[in-house]
Unconditional design. Structure first.
Length: 159
């Protein structure tokens, strides 16, 4: 009778997973050390704001994008808008207090750095994300056009 194998994957993957859990546990202990009630309230509030406010907003925006591109026959192009928009939105969410300037004094006191320029940097990163996505789309369209031309020029096979 064979013993059932645990679905853990390779030893390296198991070690990496154990190290990840150890690091997350250490970060959790350090985070809850100062103000555990405040941290827990922040996590619960963030989950509620995400599920009740942000999720419906970006689901509606994605639905509108899919409908607009589907009407033009370009539904497969949604990824070229979704990915940079999602990354830009995530950066906005993470750095929102610094982008809006709400925690300038606190940031300066803790880090000793100037909080100036976060909004400009976020806009530049967002522009680079959308520009890179547009460049990838242009390269894809160029390649598909070249492949179509090559198949039209190829003589038919004689059997």
């Amino acid at each position: 009778m064979r013993r059932p194998r645990l679905p853990l994957g390779s030893p390296f993957a198991t070690l990496l997973l154990a190290c990840s859990f150890a690091l997350a546990g250490y970060a959790g202990v350090r985070l809850l050390e100062g103000d555990p009630i405040g941290v827990l309230l922040w996590f619960v509030g963030a989950a509620l704001v995400h599920d009740l406010v942000l999720l419906p907003l970006y689901a509606a925006a994605d639905h509108a994008l899919v409908r607009a591109l589907d009407a033009r026959g370009g539904r497969e192009l949604t990824g070229y808008v979704r990915v940079p928009a999602a990354l830009s939105g995530l950066l906005l969410l993470v750095w929102f207090p610094l982008i809006t300037g709400r925690v300038e004094d606190r940031y300066r006191a803790v880090t000793g750095l100037s909080p100036d320029g976060f909004a400009a940097r976020w806009l530049l990163i967002s522009a680079a994300l959308f520009g890179g996505s547009a460049l990838l789309l242009l390269l894809r369209l160029r390649r598909s056009r070249r492949l179509r031309r090559a198949t039209k020029q190829r003589p038919p096979a004689v059997h």
